[in-house]
Every structure is written in structure tokens, then in C-alpha cells.
Design a binder for this molecule. Structure first.
Ligand code: B12
Ligand code: SF4
Length: 526
């Protein structure tokens, strides 16, 4: 059976590239299960659509599989149609959120054959085994049991049984779902992604672009690699969705994580790590245990991670305890931590189901500043409750705290609470059209406030200009929203006022990175 895996390029124009962790796990599991495959890495190869078209025309496969974020719908639709045009009999498989959050749209609007829900590294192996042995993937339960959905005017899937956690097109053209796959309980058991399956040298050559200057080495000497230390999140914010949404939050053991860090240091010369998690730590106790283990391992590395404002920002936990743990983070090599304010208005935070208070943010900024850790934060404007006053509340906090944020506008993505809100209020009558035109959170994609698009944009940009002027950043025009580089902002953060009574000794500060990190928690153009 000839298999092709495809790694799409989310941002073809960007100078940096990210090793695709999800696909890394998937192809490692497939290789370990004994399958050979080809990998078309469009991202690192900077392969154009014309070249992809030619590749599909001149090569033939039994299975073609890819996965990505749902925002890449337009390209994925093009790819699936192109693959089908050139390879009539190949099974087209889709994973990640582009598959699991909009199966009805995909089955109605593209020639996809199989969607793998959730943990693709487990599901894909079972699918490939069934296909290679000529077994059927499953069957619909009779009589039909429709699975209702809020994804638009497309046919319902019908309930089926068979390989767990997939959707497949049956002989009658129906999309049959076997529901959700049970989550892997102990994620330590999952093998480390084998980066030798990728063109790792090319990824590493440019990986320094995503690093900071640090106290240990300058940016150019950084070899940056990603690591996934936890799957899922404890919370369910109404603007958010991740593939492990229905699974419990699981964290790898410190030993297992240190093992992968060492492997990457020894084998690839890595010295700088991005923890690519939704939520790397959710409580102070386990976070402290982890950094204790990291300190004991004594690795000469730097790292960044995503946390929440309730990790170091809860005023009911003594300041000294929070500072002690934050200082250990710093000592173990942390350069920056990303956590979101999202909104400075508690009513909006409530609507987001964030389960934090705006005041935590200020507390956390102070603790981290004191520990010499850079804070990167993002904002979500555009909840229906948003007004110029709530924007002023949020931006006013940033101004007072000396933090230049990564601003964004609400991007109602499928399978989120705000998608349901948008659909139920008639804002997205045609999901295929909406998804085809979808861009990123830096654009006003869908405005559900009482302000006009121009007004909300002007309010936000006006405030950003104020912040930039106040902090002396010199940003203007488009760079206020898509800032790209953050060295200056980070510097500003660490030079801004420290809490009264705190040790104000300025230390050798690690600076922030260019165009860093993730989606809604880190600064940069993510
Ligand atoms: C790294 C990252 C990025 C990188 C992507 C780099 C890359 N090539 O992977 C960058 C910085 C480009 C990025 C951008 C954005 N991101 Co982002 N990002 C992440 C982050 C932090 C880590 C991804 C990761 O490695 N996960 C770990 C692995 C193990 O999980 P996974 O990728 O889901 O993979 C599993 C399954 O999905 C599946 N699978 C994955 N690939 C495949 C392939 C096949 C064939 C199969 C069968 C299965 C399969 O199996 C894997 C193992 O179980 C996640 C948060 C998170 N932890 O997931 C957000 C996340 C994926 N991003 C998100 C968002 C919203 C964005 C943006 C839209 C933000 C924006 N600016 O508007 C942009 C998209 C830009 C665009 N042009 O489309 C959301 C996705 C929401 C959604 N509904 O899909 C996430 C979940 C964060 C969140 N909770 O909001 N992001
Ligand atoms: S926004 Fe963050 S805290 Fe909220 S559900 Fe998503 S990952 Fe979890």
C-alpha cells in the first residue's frame, strides 16, 4: 500500500518554520506500526501549489493523509479536490481540527474519504491496518441514527460502529461516524516524535529565528525545537477549541519530558525549547515539582511555555510562594511565559468562561517581572458585550502594567461556544463560504458587537498607538497589530516599574523573540 503524508504550509510567506509536532507523532506511530510512506513537506520545502499539483499528477498513492488547523480550510479543500482529480482511487484522510470540527462540511464540500478524530497517532494506525488488510472500517447502525450538528445546511452524519474515532464515507455516500476515540491514558507511553523522518537539518538551520538573545548564548546560536508536554486543557473557554477537547488533561512525567529534551540536545544540538501545549502547567504545586526535576537534571537550555493567569496571579496564594516558584522557573531556563489577559472586563471574562479575574493578570505580571521572566500576552476583542469602554478597560490595564499585547479579534471557530453563538444568531449562514474566507485573529473576520467594523478596529488601533507611544516602541500602521518583533516590548516590560518593596535590582534580561509563539497566548503574529 503506497501512503503519502502531507505537511501543509500555514504561512508560506513567513521566514521561520515550525516542526509539525502533531504530524511528527502521527508519522512516528505509522512507521513504528511497520508502514512505509512518503512525506511531502510543503512547509519546509516551500513547495508552491503548482508544484503540489504536478507532484500529485505524476505520483500515485493508495492513501493520502494530511491534517491542520481549521483556518486552513480553503487550501485543504483545494488540495483534496486536486488529489482526487489526479488520483481517483486514493483514500483521502484528514486529521486535526480541520477534520474533527467540521466533518459535515468536509464530507459535503470535498472528496474526503476518512476523518480521524482526536488523537491521530492512534487512530491513523488502525485505519491503515484495516485498509492494508482490505477490512471494512465499519458500518452504519441500522436503522439510521442521525448525529445532529450546528455546522450548516449539510447532511447529518449517521452513527456507526467499527474503527473507533473516525468518520468515513460508506457505499451509499453517507458520512458514518464511530464517535470519539478513548484518550490514551498515560501519554508517557507514546514514543517521542522521530524528527529524522523530516528534513530536520533545514528546520534547525532557521530555528534560531524564533529565539531570544539569552544569558547563555546569543540568538544566532539558539537551536530551537518544540516539545509537547501535555495534551488538552482543564478549561473550556468559549472562543477556544483544541483537538483533545473531549479528553482529560494529561501531563507527561518530568522524567519522560527530560528524556526527550536530552534526546534533542544530544542528537540535534537543541538548546532552546518551545513547549507547544495548550496549557503547560495548571497548578503551582505540579509546576514546582516539574521545575525541581528540571533543575535536578541541570540542562543548559532555555524554554518557553503557556500558562494561565491563575498560575502565578492568584492573590489568595502568598506572594512569596508564587515568587519562589517563578524564580525556579527562571533558574531552570525559562525565558518567557505566555498567558492571556484576553479582556480587562470581568463580565467579558465570564462570557469567555475563562474562570479568572482580570486582577490576576496584574498580579502575575508583577511576580514574573520580579522573577525576571518575560510576559507575553494576547487579547481577544469582539465579544458581543464589547464596547469602547471595555476596550479602554483592557488597554488601560496594559498601559498601567507596561505590557504591549498581541491583540486579536474574536475568531469564531467551529466547535467553540462562540461558533454556536454566531450560527444561532445568523452570523454564519454559509459555513463553507465563511471558512473559505477565514483569515486570522489579527483581522476583524466577523463582528458581533454593536460597533461597526471600522469603529472596533479604530478603537483597538488607537489604543495600540497610545501604548506604543507611551512605551517608546515606535510602532505604527499595520505593525501595531502584526508587530512581528518583540524585543523592544519585552525590554520595556522588564524595565517597567517593579512592585513596591521588591528587589529592584535590574538583571541581565533575556529578551523576547521575533514573530513568536502561539495563537492566543503568546505575543507575536501567531
Ligand atoms: C504550534 C501551533 C501553531 C503553529 C503551527 C505550527 C505547525 N506547523 O504545527 C502556528 C504558530 C503557525 C500556529 C498558528 C495558528 N494557530 Co496554533 N497552535 C499551535 C499549538 C501551540 C501547538 C500545536 C501542537 O503541536 N500540538 C501538539 C500536537 C500533539 O497536537 P495536534 O497538533 O493537535 O496533533 C494531534 C491531532 O491533531 C492529530 N493530527 C495532527 N496532524 C495530523 C495529521 C494526520 C494525517 C492525522 C490523521 C492526524 C493528525 O494527531 C496528533 C497527535 O495526536 C496549538 C496548541 C496545541 N497544543 O495543540 C495551537 C492551536 C493548534 N492553534 C490554534 C489557532 C487558533 C491558531 C491560529 C488560527 C491563530 C491565529 N493567528 O489566528 C493560527 C493559524 C494560522 C493559519 N495561517 O492558519 C488553535 C486551533 C483551533 C482550532 N479550532 O483548530 C490551537 C489548538 C490553540 C488553541 N487552543 O486555540 N499555531
Ligand atoms: S483558551 Fe487556554 S485556558 Fe481556555 S480552553 Fe483554550 S487552552 Fe484552555
Amino acid at each position: 500500500m503506497k501512503i503519502l503524508f502531507v505537511n501543509p504550509s500555514l504561512r508560506p510567506q513567513a521566514p521561520h518554520r515550525f516542526l509539525p509536532v502533531g504530524l511528527g507523532y502521527v508519522v512516528t506511530a505509522v512507521r513504528d506500526a511497520g508502514f512505509d510512506f512518503d512525506l511531502l513537506d510543503i512547509d519546509i520545502g516551500r513547495i508552491s501549489d503548482d508544484e503540489v499539483d504536478r507532484f500529485l499528477r505524476h505520483n500515485s498513492y493508495d492513501v493520502i493523509a494530511l491534517g491542520c488547523i481549521v483556518t486552513h480550510y480553503r487550501w485543504t479543500k483545494w488540495f483534496l479536490n486536486t488529489a482526487r482529480a489526479h488520483q481517483r482511487h486514493a483514500k483521502l484522510i484528514v486529521g486535526n481540527s480541520i477534520g474533527s470540527t467540521i466533518p459535515e462540511v468536509l464530507f459535503a464540500c470535498t472528496p474526503v474519504d476518512i476523518v480521524v478524530n482526536g488523537e491521530g497517532d492512534v487512530g491513523i494506525v488502525e485505519v491503515l491496518r484495516a485498509l492494508s488488510e482490505g477490512r471494512e472500517l465499519g458500518r452504519a447502525i441500522t436503522p439510521d441514527v442521525p448525529v445532529l450538528h450546528n455546522n450548516g445546511p449539510y447532511a447529518n452524519m449517521v452513527r456507526g460502529e467499527g474503527v473507533p474515532g473516525i468518520v468515513f464515507r460508506d457505499g451509499q455516500g453517507r458520512a458514518v461516524t464511530t464517535g470519539l476515540r478513548k484518550a490514551v491514558r498515560k501519554i508517557d507511553d507514546i514514543p517521542y516524535p522521530d524528527w529524522d523522518l523530516f528534513d530536520i537539518e533545514r528546520y534547525l538551520e532557521i530555528s534560531y529565528l524564533r529565539a531570544h538573545d539569552t544569558v547563555r548564548f546569543p540568538q544566532e546560536q539558539a537551536v530551537v525545537m518544540p516539545i509537547n508536554t501535555a495534551r488538552g486543557c482543564v478549561f473550556k473557554c468559549t472562543f477556544c477549541h483544541y483537538v483533545f477537547w473531549h479528553d482529560p488533561y494529561r501531563h507527561r512525567s518530568a522524567e519522560n519530558i527530560v528524556g526527550e529534551l536530552r534526546r534533542d540536545m544530544d542528537k540535534y544540538g537543541a538548546n532552546y525549547f518551545d513547549f507547544w501545549d495548550e496549557l503547560s502547567f495548571h497548578k503551582l504545586g505540579p509546576a514546582e515539582k516539574f521545575v525541581d526535576a528540571l533543575l535536578a537534571a541541570d540542562l543548559p537550555i532555555h524554554w518557553n511555555a503557556s500558562v494561565r493567569t491563575d498560575l502565578f496571579g492568584r492573590p489568595d496564594v502568598p506572594y512569596e510562594d508564587r515568587l519562589r516558584v517563578a524564580s525556579k522557573f527562571k533558574e531552570s531556563g525559562v525565558v518567557s511565559l505566555g498567558y492571556s489577559l484576553e479582556s480587562g472586563n470581568d463580565e467579558i471574562l465570564e462570557a469567555m468562561n475563562k474562570r479568572v479575574k482580570a486582577e490576576y493578570f496584574g498580579e502575575q505580571v508583577r511576580v514574573l517581572r520580579e522573577a525576571d521572566i518575560i510576559s507575553t500576552t494576547s487579547l481577544v476583542f469582539g465579544y458581543p458585550q464589547e464596547t469602547p469602554e471595555t476596550i479602554a478597560e483592557t488597554m488601560g490595564m496594559c498601559l498601567d502594567l507596561g505590557v504591549y499585547p498581541s491583540p486579536g479579534f474574536l475568531l469564531p471557530l467551529p466547535a467553540t461556544g462562540m461558533w454556536d453563538h454566531a450560527r444561532n444568531h445568523g452570523f454564519i449562514p454559509d459555513p463553507d463560504k465563511f471558512l473559505t474566507e477565514l483569515t486570522e485573529r489579527q483581522d476583524v473576520v466577523l463582528n458581533m458587537t454593536k460597533m461597526s467594523d471600522q469603529q472596533i478596529e479604530a478603537e483597538v488601533v488607537g489604543w495600540l498607538q497610545k501604548l506604543s507611544d507611551a512605551f517608546g516602541l515606535g510602532l505604527e500602521g499595520g505593525s501595531l497589530v502584526r508587530t512581528g518583533g518583540y524585543n523592544k516590548h519585552a525590554k520595556n516590560q522588564n524595565e517597567a516599574a517593579r512592585p513596591a518593596g521588591a528587589d529592584a535590582k535590574p538583571r541581565d534580561v533575556s529578551r523576547n523573540t521575533t514573530a513568536t509563539l502561539n495563537y492566543a497566548k503568546m505575543t507575536g503574529v501567531v
